[in-house]
Design a protein around this ligand. Sequence first.
Ligand SMILES: [Zn+2]
Length: 90
Amino acid sequence: MEPDMLKDFALVNKSSQRDCLRCRRPRTTCLCESLPDCPLRSVGTVLILQHVFEAKRRMATVPLMNLVLRNSQVYRQRSFRVARRGKAAG
Ligand SMILES: [Zn+2]
């Protein structure tokens, strides 16, 4: 195994020890007892817009949304444009 791969493995292993494997929050703030056993089904699809920096945070809420809502899709970008009525986003 390459030295960089060992370093990555060590980081992942260390992270999995301190974070809950289900909700991915630090074990001291694990919310799994409050989450439903299986994700709820919504009438429509819930679109979640997440900034790329939030995706790197340990306290990000998007992993929780995926555990709570079955019909959710995550779009991860640095910025989002809002289309005006009658015009396509570009
Ligand atoms: Zn948890």
